[in-house]
Write a protein that binds this ligand. Structure first.
Ligand code: AMP
Length: 301
């Protein structure tokens, strides 16, 4: 496994792979790798000749220096996980390559970033898109792997990829959870024991709300109130948002009547437990026997 710190070196290796007609799968990460990240690596390993992982704690997608400073980092453990996962190249990104002094060229996606995390974290998706665009130019991958745990991010990056003609095949993969239902996140390790015990409530609220919909509930208000009620009164859990949106556009349903047709309904929430901000979502497609409440479809967008 090659461990590279310079973007131009990674670009040269990827160019050599392409010249040798080898397909490249790319998994961008912030580090703090866990089974969620490794599920993306495994899928890339299955589908591509070469796998490149980037580990770059992109400062431009953080709201505060504080949050950035507290983000879990263990580069040796990350490199071990990549080695075990059969990764060919790890690009350990450095700020000088991605956000040098005087930086002023940003990529923004508009409508899709207005709600959910985009509303509460101004500049977050601009930071994500800009660095993902840079990384796409570096690796020029055939396929790139993103988790539906970050549903809005997956949608926003898909839009950017499509509209800015990157031509990368995006593979959006299901959320990996711990056995008690908590979506895996690098941030989970900052939860205390009692906070960790509280946190499966997020996934549970989503699942129960999804079941209301598959049982026939069509009122956005009823489903939203159900989630607010379940989580609003949970001591130690500070709810930032609980939303019921069209999964295809991340916009409100007209007249407050939800529909499970097409890409169906996205139930999404963000909450702060202790000092740790957690997000989770599920997608609900179909009702009755054809209903699917899940962590996202397998495969491309
Ligand atoms: P991050 O390092 O948090 O930026 O995540 C890197 C990639 O891993 C993103 O595409 C995330 O959506 C994905 N990811 C993070 N957690 C999970 C999870 N629990 N299940 C599936 N994918 C995940």
């Amino acid at each position: 496994m090659k461990i590279l710190r310079r973007a131009d070196e990674a670009a040269q290796w990827c160019e050599a792979y392409r010249k040798a007609a080898l397909s490249i799968g790319f998994v961008p990460t912030l580090g703090g790798l866990h089974e969620g990240h490794l599920s993306l690596v495994r899928q890339a390993r299955l589908e591509c000749d070469r796998v490149i992982v980037s580990i770059y704690l992109n400062p431009s997608q953080f709201d505060s220096e504080d949050d950035l400073g507290r983000y879990p980092r263990d580069i040796e453990a990350d490199l071990d996980a990549c080695r075990t996962g059969g990764v060919d190249i790890v690009l350990v990104g450095e700020r000088a390559d991605f956000l040098p002094g005087g930086f002023q060229s940003w990529v923004t996606v508009e409508e899709l970033t207005r709600k959910l995390c985009g509303a509460g974290r101004p500049g977050h998706f601009r930071g994500v898109c800009t660095v993902v665009a840079q990384l796409f130019h570096v690796a020029r991958p055939h396929r790139a792997y993103f988790g539906l745990k970050d549903f809005q991010q997956a949608k926003v990056v898909s839009k950017m990829n499509e509209e800015l003609l990157f031509g990368v095949e995006l593979r959006l993969m299901p959320t990996i959870r711990s056995p008690d239902g908590l979506a895996l996140s690098s941030r989970n390790e900052r939860l205390t024991e009692s906070q960790r015990a509280l946190s499966p409530a997020l996934g549970e609220a989503l699942t129960r709300a999804g079941e209301l919909i598959t049982a026939g509930e069509t009122s956005v208000r009823v489903v939203k109130e159900f989630m607010l009620e379940r989580l609003g009164n949970t001591d130690g859990c500070d709810l930032e948002y609980a939303e019921v949106l069209q999964a295809s556009t991340l916009s409100e349903f007209p007249d407050g009547v939800l529909s499970v047709a097409g890409e169906g309904v996205l139930l999404a929430l963000a909450a702060v437990i202790g000092e740790v901000r957690l997000i989770d979502n599920i997608q609900v497609v179909g009702t009755g026997d054809s209903a699917k409440v899940g962590d996202g479809k397998e495969g491309g967008d």
